[in-house]
Design a protein around this ligand. Structure first.
Ligand SMILES: [Zn+2]
Length: 264
């Protein structure tokens, strides 16, 4: 190995030590493309901020500490206690599914998954989100869910409780890529914001958008309801980035963008 190559390696090694990112599960982090040029070959969300191009990436949900080695340097996903949420569903047919309901739910989950894999290049997403509904947060992201005392999947969404009929608006502009009445989610809609950033809205009493519609930030897309499997009227709001469910509440923090672009 010549001297230049050695110096380069030492530099890269120290760069890695200093640039390690440590982040909570479900949060978003950024990497400057110039620090990891290969990332451009991947289908990720890229955003220009003050003249610098960044890849915007999800820390997956995990109950244990994780090290992500998919990028140019290791990313540590910290262990975090999210707490639990216990709910009671009185309608037994929504918990112990009949054969036909179970077939229906299976088909629907495939359809939803397919839509959530969308990576559209014609839409330029904005990370400046506003709250989709005025209400009270009734269940946060990451809580271990128990339904009728049985452990279920963690709650990877944000629940906002509000009176039936309260307006739901698009928190950021996007295209409606799935809309319908689903077994678990009730009246449900997916917005594609572009480049692998998507969001979904469940349990609506009414939907005010059609498949293929482009909605602007602040446009009404529906009304709060209690359709599907619920305990009361609320919006179950999920946000997806590169196929990971991330914490929607983080996007609403006032200093979100500053934090995101100043991690390194
Ligand atoms: Zn929920």
């Amino acid at each position: 190995m010549n001297k230049n190559a050695f110096t380069c390696l030492v530099f890269l090694y120290s760069f890695n030590l200093f640039s390690q990112i440590s982040i909570n599960p479900g949060e978003i982090f950024s990497i400057k493309v110039v620090d990891c040029p290969n990332i451009k070959t991947r289908e990720e969300l890229f955003i220009n901020f003050e003249g610098i191009e960044y890849a915007i990436l999800p820390a997956p949900f995990s109950k244990e500490e994780l090290i992500l080695n998919d990028y140019c340097f290791p990313i540590k996903v910290k262990k975090k206690k999210f707490g639990e949420s216990r709910i009671t569903i009185k309608d037994a047919s929504k918990v112990n599914l009949s054969k036909s309901d179970s077939d229906r739910a299976f088909k629907e989950s495939k359809l939803i998954k397919q839509s959530l894999n969308t990576y559209s290049k014609d839409l330029k997403p904005s990370l400046k989100f506003i709250s989709p509904v005025k209400g009270i947060i009734s269940s946060r992201y990451g809580k271990q869910r128990y339904i009728n005392e049985k452990p279920r999947s963690p709650h990877l969404a944000l629940d906002i409780a509000a009176a039936e009929g309260t307006s739901i608006i698009a928190p950021s502009s996007g295209r409606v890529i799935l809309v319908g009445d689903f077994f678990y989610s009730g009246n449900y809609l997916i917005l594609d914001h572009g480049n692998g950033l998507l969001s979904s809205y469940s349990h609506m009493s009414l939907i005010h958008a059609k498949l293929g519609d482009f909605v602007n930030k602040g446009d009404e897309i529906g009304k709060v309801g209690s359709t599907g499997r619920v305990t009361g009227p609320h919006l179950h709001w999920s946000v997806y980035l590169s196929k990971n469910r991330i914490n929607p509440e983080s996007l609403l923090q006032e200093n979100f963008l500053d934090t995101l672009f100043n991690q390194l």
